[in-house]
Design a protein around this ligand. Structure first.
Ligand code: GLN
Length: 446
């Protein structure tokens, strides 16, 4: 813990990966963990980690990357945090992120952009960019993240580490500030699939405080890591290798797939025909749910409140107008429109139907194959500022990651090479609740 705090002190000035460092609290936690060591410790006892600032942490400010929650100190821990604490892990601090997890580059944060440790002129990806940059720079061996449309897998790819999103419902969302409730899933970043298996073991499980947490036994994930993938059928979807994929990124991912083949996997070409509908579908569903979730930030109960409101309406308008950044406001506008009377059927309901078609594509594919392999992104990290003025180009970043969220599937991104001295990742997807199989495939590859 001391070593990690020293590295944060030394390097985070350049990276801006953390918005809050809780040094004293971490050292006290570490002392307590030391005291339990004699009694026999678990694999995570005393291991420091960083939580994305979307997870409520009791007594520690939880900003969600927003001015709106700049002063918010939750009185309770998120379930995922509670579980990792109980496993003996030490909280070093809270990671910078895109405001309310809306973004792919960590540039929408109220606290300024995070920088990619491989080259600080480049973005780390987002929205869990602080978590990814911190692990990549060795500020911590692990971090939590959330993935609504790719926010774990994309920054993991751009920072050259392993990022893991479990099945929707596998980890409780309680205490995780909601963006798009039917898509949000907690997960983790580490240097390997093996470490992710240990983290998932602690994070996963039923929680009656989250109505969508799934009541299903948590298997022994470490036991699934045999490294044996002989005979495993790996599906390669042609739609993920189409126009837009940068040539050297494609070559790196293809080399990764060949490596899986070299370890005994069988490569099968598959088709996921509704892939091109995923981004437009997501950008109806996610803003719609966000507009509803973010209505709770009204300047009355908690969070930012404007100065000297003239009346209640002025209080609402100015608190929200001043507290939310541009991207969040854009999403609220789009979402409110998509849910309004007369448009609901044309947009939200239609998007939910297309979502079913996307999930059905996967269901059919998994009748043929055990896992699916693809690029995580179309290319390596881009320069800070490069895509800021063009939301649609920014949204297209998540073209390969969003389908898994719409379907609720587990996914992982593992580093598979470099383009222009910047890392790129290979994405693996598995059927619902087959995290063990997925982690083993990534482990065998690593
Ligand atoms: N980049 C996507 C968005 O802006 C996904 C973000 C996420 O997964 N939280 O909505």
């Amino acid at each position: 813990t001391r070593e990690a705090l020293a590295r944060i002190e030394r390097h985070d000035g350049d990276l801006n990966a953390l918005v809050t460092v809780c040094a004293d609290r971490a050292l006290a936690q570490a002392e307590a963990a030391d005291a339990t060591l004699a009694a026999g410790a678990g694999p995570l006892t005393g291991i420091p980690l960083i939580h994305k600032d979307i997870f409520c942490t009791s007594g520690v400010r939880t900003s969600c990357g927003s001015r709106m929650l700049d002063n918010f100190v939750p009185p309770y821990d998120a379930t995922a945090v509670e579980h990792l604490d109980a496993a003996g892990m030490i909280t070093l601090g809270k990671a910078n992120m895109d405001e309310f997890a809306m973004g792919s580059s960590n540039e929408t944060s109220f606290y300024g952009p995070v920088r990619n440790p491989w080259n600080t002129d480049y973005v780390p990806g987002g929205s869990s960019g602080g978590s990814a940059a911190a692990v990549a720079a060795g500020l911590a061996p692990a971090a939590t993240g959330t993935d609504t449309g790719g926010s774990i897998r994309q920054p993991a790819a751009l920072c050259g580490i392993t990022g893991f999103k479990p099945t929707y419902g596998r980890v409780s969302r309680w205490g995780m500030i909601a963006f798009a409730s039917s898509l949000d899933q907690a997960g983790c970043f580490a240097r390997s699939a093996e470490d992710c298996a240990l983290l998932l073991q602690a994070m996963a499980g039923f929680d009656e405080r989250d109505s969508t947490a799934v009541d299903r036994p948590v298997p022994d994930y470490a036991a699934a890591l045999t490294g044996d993938i002989k005979g495993m059928k790996v599906g390669v979807p042609s739609e993920y290798f189409a126009e837009g994929l940068e040539a050297r990124t494609r070559a790196a991912v293809e080399a990764g797939i060949q490596e899986l083949e070299g370890r005994g996997a069988e490569i099968v070409e598959i088709s996921l025909p509704h892939t091109d509908q995923a981004v437009p579908t997501y950008y109806v569903v996610a803003p719609a749910e966000a507009s509803s979730n973010l209505s709770r930030f009204d300047g009355v109960r908690y969070g930012y409140r404007c100065d000297d409101p003239a009346d209640l309406e002025d209080l609402y308008l100015r608190s929200r107008g001043e507290g939310f950044g541009r991207e969040v406001q854009r999403r609220i506008m789009v979402g409110t429109y998509a849910l309004s009377a007369g448009y609901y059927d044309a947009y939200y309901l239609k998007a939910q139907k297309v979502r079913r078609l996307i999930a059905d594509d996967f269901r059919r594919a998994f009748e043929q194959v055990d896992v699916i392999a693809s690029p995580t992104t179309q290319g390596p990290a881009f320069r800070l500022g490069e895509k800021l003025d063009d939301p649609v180009t920014m949204y297209l970043n998540d073209i390969y990651t969003i389908p898994a969220n719409l379907a609720g599937l587990p996914g992982i991104s593992a580093p598979c090479g470099f383009v222009n001295d910047l890392p790129v990742g290979m994405q693996l997807l598995a059927p619902w609740f087959e995290e063990g199989r997925l982690l083993n495939a990534a482990h065998a590859y690593q």
